[in-house]
Write a protein that binds this ligand. Structure first.
Ligand code: MG
Ligand code: MG
Length: 264
């Protein structure tokens, strides 16, 4: 069942999502060679709780294993999504996607950014650029009257034309009081297919893009998803509302990208 949101609810969603953006910016200030993803997780959890919110990922149930132990997913290099923070230091040239969810005053925020640790190779820089571009191309399609398939088509066309793989097993989603609501928002699809987009619909769009083959597998921790061929992967996510006839991006990369600019 798709739950459309009122103007007031969309503003509540914006607050939860802007907090995710600020949390990711706070995490960005700590990303450098030598830092561990567990340290980044501590930074994120403290920041979220200091702002009166709850990290939605912490304790997230898993039918196949332990609940998620951390407040962010930190997916390094060939890890596509759901990486569990640990004590392994990040190295120069790594990439780490940091996915973060908040619950603030009853509404969810969800956004993800893939960071370069120091300088990455030109090939990896391109993977990050194209994946982020595909997110914005998808958002351009998110207009009333368009369909979910138009969003997936935009991601798929852009990424596959650059030779990358589009992960099929994990998708974007509706979002509101719950982090995962209907409809599913795949990163592949055909134009004009799927549920119609309407004002009041809030969705998380999140391309998960691999360097080569999109084949993935679940690791022994029962959370981390890696590429089978060990190619690297990027993941960018915005939560948006279809609102007053246009796509209104509720999360934000602005603060994150200011931090990145200052580091260079
Ligand atoms: Mg997310
Ligand atoms: Mg999501």
């Amino acid at each position: 069942m798709i739950i459309l949101k009122t103007e007031e609810e969309i503003e509540m969603m914006r607050r939860a999502n802007l907090l995710v953006g600020s949390t990711l910016a706070e995490v960005a200030r700590h990303i450098r060679p030598g830092v561990t993803t567990r340290q980044l997780d501590t930074v994120a959890e403290e920041f979220i709780r200091d702002h009166g919110a709850t990290p939605t990922f912490k304790g997230f149930p898993n039918p196949m294993g332990p609940e998620f132990p951390a407040s962010i997913c930190t997916s390094v290099n060939e890890c596509v999504v759901h990486g569990v923070p640990d004590d392994k230091p990040l190295k120069e040239g790594d990439i780490v996607s940091v996915d973060c969810g908040t619950l603030l005053d009853g509404f969810c925020g969800d956004s993800c950014y893939t960071f370069a640790v120091g300088e990455v190779s030109p090939e990896i820089a391109k993977l990050l650029r194209v994946t982020k571009e595909s997110l914005y191309k998808a958002i351009e399609q998110a207009l009333p009257g368009r369909r979910i398939g138009d969003i997936g088509w935009a991601v798929q066309t852009h990424c596959e034309s650059n030779g990358y793989g589009v992960v099929r097993e994990f998708v974007g989603h509706g979002i509101g009081h719950d982090m995962h609501e209907d409809p599913q928002v795949p990163n592949y699809g055909r134009r004009g297919n799927g549920p119609q987009l309407r004002n009041g619909l809030c969705i998380a769009i999140e391309p998960m893009i691999t360097q080569h083959s999109p084949a993935i597998w679940l690791m022994e921790d029962k959370w981390s998803i890696h590429t089978k061929d060990k190619g690297w992967a990027a993941h960018f996510e915005h939560t948006i509302a279809i609102h007053r006839g246009k796509a209104d991006i509720l999360s934000s990369f602005e603060e994150i990208e200011k931090v990145i600019e200052q580091q260079h």
